[in-house]
Design a protein around this ligand. Structure first.
Ligand SMILES: [Zn+2]
Length: 101
């Protein structure tokens, strides 16, 4: 017995729509209110939008799929099913054309 406790940090990221762990600067949504866990704005907040755009810069279709899933979950949580303002909030900010470099 050595008495030495080895602490290993496991980097687990929760890429789920029902994010539970709030990481600083992650701008993850807090459910069921769908506010930003970092800055408190309506999710997706401006910082999160920037993050998402750079994260999915090569795969804009996946971003739409992801946001669509978030929208569906939020509509259920907020009881705003089919709300156009909610659709606007989740998808309306997306640039129409992917930027080309
Ligand atoms: Zn935020």
């Amino acid at each position: 017995m050595t008495g030495v406790a080895d602490r290993s940090d496991v980097g687990v990221t929760q890429a789920d729509t029902g994010a539970v762990a709030v990481v600083p600067d992650e701008h993850a949504p807090l459910t069921p209110d769908w506010t930003c866990g970092t800055c408190g704005a309506q999710w997706p907040c401006e910082s999160k939008r920037d993050q998402l755009l750079s994260e999915y810069v090569t795969d804009r279709a996946m971003l739409s799929v992801y946001l669509g899933a978030c929208l569906a979950a939020a509509a259920e949580d907020l009881h705003l099913s089919g709300s156009t303002s909610l659709q606007d909030r989740f998808l309306g900010w997306l640039p129409r054309r992917p930027r080309r470099f």
